[in-house]
Design a protein around this ligand. Structure first.
Ligand code: NDP
Length: 476
């Protein structure tokens, strides 16, 4: 069995201790992953610290060119990386490009695009104030060393979201992937590191404890975290002890609201993918759908037809659209929430019973008959289950969307965009999509409000988030 290695200071690094990475579709062991020691975490941070001044001092055009080279490496290895995403994370290979079934090839294509876009963005100096007595310039400076903690749902893409803006801005990075999906990330970093000076991007791997060593180290200057609220709070606490800022992307429980003038048939496909992209294991997926009485039956019917038509299986087989749930912890959570929905009076429209056999497969499940306060509505399922909730008037639906303590995304569906915008502006979420859900873009800032975290990623705002302002104030 191959042991995959970390990249630290440009070297491949193993460890005395390893653990096995498992294919969630088959249960087979894919390879071994090093459990980094505390010393190895410190070494990776030291390498990043040593590399950072020279990296930041490089002419901007050189950093840009090297990052375009990183995008080329991702493209040249797209089949290899997509294969790892499917085998380790579970999402089927799917198609390439924005209009295709969003599987592993889509994820790797996203890595390429989310590298090219920050590489092409500039952060010019801004003049904050100028008159005959003074001139005040705001320059953007890198933080130094960024610690990145990535989750298991979009393992390569989220790693890229953390790594690329950071290095574009002159920081260096130490990243720890989730223990559920380490190999793909270790391999991607090994490959892209060939284009970068040693120490610019480093990896460590292992369980959550390794992540806690990383984020609490005084050699770290900023933390980027994507994952659960519970772990996010621990990470923020550890970073606060060193007065280090954190970007927290903590998922949510996105509401999708259909307005009474929505068109269930025409919108069903958008709603379906908004909820079930990556088997629902997506931070900004629609996790509860509010539908007016008048549209309830046609909406449920249209979604049921789509849910039952999607082939589910081992994602390495071409034509598969849905894969397994990524890990046992998440699978158990989904089973538990569906069982609680049944006990709380929910009607299972389709799915609702584990498929059995090898792998963590759970059928696409629609549940009606629930109300706010029921567990499947209030708790983030992060899986292939969607509660569809009836509402009587729009005010009630807006109140439902806002009543939880999270606010990452939301969506409003209507044939009248102006009306939808009015509703959207009253929803407490970092992004409210109209007639689409979860449609992130590399130029558009993305982040949560309330318990979904703070700070933004993507676009110029995302780039600024990995820098700090320095004012140069000149007396005339
Ligand atoms: P976690 O938040 O525990 O994991 C996210 C990352 O944090 C992983 O890399 C994990 O490593 C790491 N980690 C764990 N403990 C620490 C620590 N003390 N210090 C630093 N890093 C740490 O999420 P889970 O995998 O447990 O998933 C639980 C729930 O989180 C899901 O059910 C889902 O609701 C939500 N989630 C949200 C995501 C999002 O996109 N916002 C993504 C994934 C999950 P390791 O995996 O090795 O433990």
């Amino acid at each position: 069995m191959t042991t995959y290695l970390n990249t630290s200071n440009g070297q491949s690094v193993g460890s005395d201790k390893t653990f096995a990475s498992i294919n969630p579709a088959t249960g087979e062991t894919l390879g071994n992953v090093p459990i980094s020691s505390r010393q190895q975490v410190a070494d990776a941070i030291a390498a990043a610290r040593a590399a950072q001044p020279a990296w930041a001092a490089r002419p901007d055009a050189e950093r840009k060119a090297l990052m375009m080279k990183v995008a080329e490496i991702i493209k040249a290895n797209d089949a290899y990386l997509a294969d790892w995403v499917t085998r380790e994370q579970g999402k089927p290979l799917g198609g390439v490009g924005p209009d295709q079934v969003p599987g592993a090839r889509f994820e790797v294509w996203g890595c390429e695009v989310w590298t090219q876009v920050p590489a092409s963005l500039d952060m010019p100096m801004e003049v904050a104030f100028e008159d005959e007595t003074r001139r005040d310039e705001v320059h953007r400076k890198p933080y130094g060393v960024i610690a990145a903690i990535a989750p298991w749902n979009w393992p390569l893409l989220i790693a890229i979201w953390q790594i690329i803006p950071s290095i574009r801005a002159g920081n260096t990075v130490v990243i720890k992937p989730s223990e559920y999906t380490s190999i793909g990330t270790l391999e991607m970093v090994r490959l892209i590191s060939e284009a970068l000076p040693k120490g610019v991007v480093n990896t460590v791997s292992g369980p959550g404890e390794v992540g806690s060593w990383l984020v609490s180290d005084p050699g770290i200057n900023k933390v980027m975290f994507t994952g659960s609220a519970r772990t996010g709070a621990k990470v923020a606490e550890a970073a606060a002890k060193n007065v280090v800022p954190v970007t927290l992307e903590l998922g949510g429980n996105d509401a999708a609201i259909m307005l009474p003038d929505a068109d269930p048939k025409a919108m069903a496909m958008g709603l379906f993918w908004g909820a079930f992209i990556n088997m629902g294991q997506t931070c900004a997926a629609a996790k509860r759908l509010y539908v007016p009485e008048s549209l309830f039956e046609p909406t449920v019917q249209a979604l049921k037809e789509l849910a039952q038509a999607m082939p589910m299986g081992n994602g390495l087989e071409e034509g598969m659209v849905m894969g397994p749930i990524q890990n046992k912890m998440q699978y158990d959570k989904v089973v538990d929430l569906v069982e609680s929905a049944k006990a709380q009076g929910g009607n299972v429209v389709c799915g609702g019973t584990p498929r059995g056999g090898a792998g963590y497969f759970y059928p696409l499940t629609l549940v009606t008959g629930l109300k706010d306060g029921d567990r499947l509505v209030d708790e983030e399922q992060f899986g292939p289950v969607l509660p569809i909730i009836r509402y009587r008037d729009v005010e009630e639906a807006i109140a439902s969307a806002n009543r939880l303590d999270v606010g990452l995304g939301a969506s409003v569906w209507s044939t009248d965009v102006e009306k939808a915008k009015q509703v959207a502006s009253r929803i407490q979420a970092g992004t409210v999509w109209i007639n689409q859900h979860g449609m992130i873009h590399p130029m558009v800032p993305f982040g949560g409000v309330k318990g979904s975290g703070y700070g933004v990623e993507f676009g110029l705002d995302g780039l600024k988030a990995v820098t700090q302002p320095q004012v140069i104030s000149i007396k005339k």
